[in-house]
Design a binder for this molecule. Structure first.
Ligand SMILES: C[S@@+](CC[C@H](N)C(=O)[O-])C[C@H]1O[C@@H](n2cnc3c(N)ncnc32)[C@H](O)[C@@H]1O
Length: 443
């Protein structure tokens, strides 16, 4: 179990100092057998989806240092219990190999996320650490939102959802792959604005589509067979393997995973318009960890408002069509105005209702049953000033109403998620705020 957790954290490339602390707690550490076991398991887990060479080099170097320190000051000839060979052959081989290999710019690496909701779901993501793009790394709020959504699956059954600023695509991939078969989303649209980020996200969608087709997880299937488990290559070489499950030509804009259609699209909040949101007419719009700078907050809030207005207008049009009064309303501006203000009053009442909800699922129901659009945003509290700027921007935007639903969302997650050790980056989950935004009055 201890080894398993260490390898899972390695698969996520968690900070090496933290992994080293875990390694040092192994009862057999630093015996040759413990070193061998780590090398063997790490190789097995990452042969198909290699980790960053730089990261692996740092970890192995730290292991080497720690083993040396453990033996410092000990008289290896006086104590029969001290092993004379300090380092396992595998460890030495890997260290030498990494020292002699070129750490090129393209330090492509993969993170494997094991869903906490359904441990049979493994999501592989290519991360591009050297591109210095925030969208090519993994962020806690995206994971938290995905895990949360999996726990209220009926809210997504058959729905079309749109994500802004999707980065590597983790939340959309969880929605596409981890929801139970009976509650599958209809369509998940993941978006971002930067070319590199969008290309990488598209790659990840294809990568996980291939994984699904390879039988990693299909509806109702038993525990998947990991790619790494079917690889029989015994050499513990962490650096020469490369993923072959998705070639560099992965480029389709949509992937079908199970029955959920995943669409990858390029959109910039600073230039997006209402027509874009009308085109997709998504039921639910969300974003995670997208409030990290004051510049982008302004555009994000404007994009949210555009979504809410476009969706609201389409909903009202549908309702008018359904009740057969459209012709009357279009002929009579006054009647239209009354209908609009009635919608505003209804939305204001919904805000009051949200305050009485017991959990996030109820919040979804309150909005869905009244066909009132809303957006959901998860924000990790890193820089309090930037988060406050986002909140202030929403407050200053006419017609927008923000509700803090952090406590309601948290009710769906297992207690003490911050301490859950299956995914390192979820350790910070307690610092994630969850907000719901809707339009009140002005539409
Ligand atoms: C911190 S990342 C979060 C990614 C993902 N939601 C997650 O939780 O892992 C923020 C994302 O917002 C995207 N972004 C920033 N400004 C944007 C803009 N103007 N239009 C669209 N996306 C933008 C970035 O490219 C990046 O992918």
């Amino acid at each position: 179990m201890e080894y398993e957790r260490i390898i899972r954290w390695c698969e996520q490339m968690a900070p090496v100092a933290i992994i080293m602390k875990q390694i040092e707690q192994l009862p057999a550490w630093p015996s040759i057998s413990a070193q061998d076991e780590i090398c063997r398991r790490l190789h097995k887990a990452t042969v198909a989806y290699p980790l960053s060479k730089r990261w692996t080099k740092s970890l192995l170097k730290l292991m080497e240092q720690k083993i040396t320190q453990t033996m410092e000051g000990k008289d290896i000839f006086a104590d029969d219990n001290i092993q004379v060979d300090l380092f396992s052959d595998d460890l030495i081989e890997q260290i030498v190999r990494l020292h002699s290999c070129q750490l090129d710019e393209d330090d492509t690496s993969f993170v494997t996320y094991h869903s906490m909701y359904d441990s049979s779901v493994n999501i592989r993501m290519r991360v591009l650490r050297l591109h210095n793009q925030v969208g090519c790394a993994i962020w806690e709020a995206g994971i938290m939102l995905g895990e949360l959504f999996c726990r209220i699956p009926s809210a997504f059954r058959g729905k079309k959802v749109l994500e802004l600023g999707s980065g590597v695509g983790i939340t959309g991939l969880l929605l596409g792959r981890a929801l139970p078969a009976a509650d599958r989303c209809g369509t998940v649209i993941v978006t971002d604005f930067h070319d590199v980020v969008v290309d990488n996200m598209r790659y990840n969608l294809d990568l996980n589509r291939s994984a699904g087709q390879a039988g990693e997880r299909t509806a109702g299937a038993s525990a998947p067979q990991k790619q790494s488990e079917v690889n029989n290559n015994e050499s513990t070489d962490f650096i020469s393997s490369a993923s072959s499950s998705c070639s560099s030509s992965c480029s389709s804009d949509s992937s079908s995973i199970g029955e959920t259609l995943l669409i990858c699209d390029q959109v910039d909040w600073s230039t997006v318009n209402g027509a874009y949101f009308e085109k997709y007419d998504a039921d639910i719009c969300f974003a995670a960890d997208c409030t990290y700078s004051e510049d982008i907050n302004v555009h994000l809030v404007a994009a949210f408002k555009m979504f809410l207005s476009a969706r609201g207008a389409l909903q009202r049009k549908k309702q008018k069509n359904d009740s057969g009064v459209e012709s009357v309303l279009t002929a009579c501006d006054a009647a239209g105005a009354i209908a609009e203000s009635a919608a505003g009053v209804a939305t204001a009442a919904v805000v009051t209702l949200v305050h009485t909800c017991q959990d996030l699922k109820q919040v979804f129901d309150v909005f869905a049953t009244r066909s009132i659009p809303f957006v959901l945003i998860a924000c990790t509290r890193r820089n309090p000033a930037t988060l406050q700027h986002f909140l202030d921007t929403v407050a200053a935007t006419e017609g927008l109403r923000l509700m803090d639903v952090t406590a309601l969302g948290r009710r769906h997650l297992p207690a003490g998620t911050g301490g859950d050790e299956t995914f390192y980056y979820f350790q910070n989950a307690d610092a994630i705020q969850l907000y719901c935004i809707c339009l009140v009055g002005e539409t």
